[in-house]
Design a protein around this ligand. Sequence first.
Ligand code: S3P
Length: 186
Amino acid sequence: MAKEKPLAVRPPALRRHVVLVGLMGAGKSAIGRRVAARIGARFRDADTEIEKAAGMRISDIFSVHGEVEFRIGERRVITRLLDGDPILLATGGGAYMDDNTRFLLKQIATTVWMRAELDVLVKRTSKRGNRPLLKNGNPREILATLIDKRYPIYAEADIVVDSRDEPHEVTVNDIIDALKARGDLA
Ligand code: S3P
């Protein structure tokens, strides 16, 4: 009897896109990658994809073209990444603040706000000096201002998960539990 052929294509692990939002240092990329590995979903990082598309580092896009151009490219790349089978996408901190991007995400994705306290964000972002928005002043003050401005908008996300100074697996589990509860896992 002929052997059954193994499936060439893995069935999607997600019923719809899952998009992580939140401030710089919330752990969107590090934790998103781990969540995707655990549930067998395809992971993409919007900032990495923007850098690939532009052939430049994010900090160079900001300094050469400015933030407005960066936001246009960011919107275009996110739209392209979400035009296909469900993926788990980590976005840059400003993506959800863009009205068009937020509108798109509300239609086609489950959004997860990774909420973190100022001290956690300051500690994590101080490890690498690659964030253009934190270069023009005191990072703690800039992050505090961004918390005031952005947290009310991030709060519109479907799921809110606290990203604390504890092992990644704790936050990973919280996200997976919340997705399960919503029926977003296939
Ligand atoms: C930004 C966050 C960054 C990156 C860019 C702008 C922001 O991504 O997209 O520097 O506006 O908050 P991370 O949140 O991944 O650091």
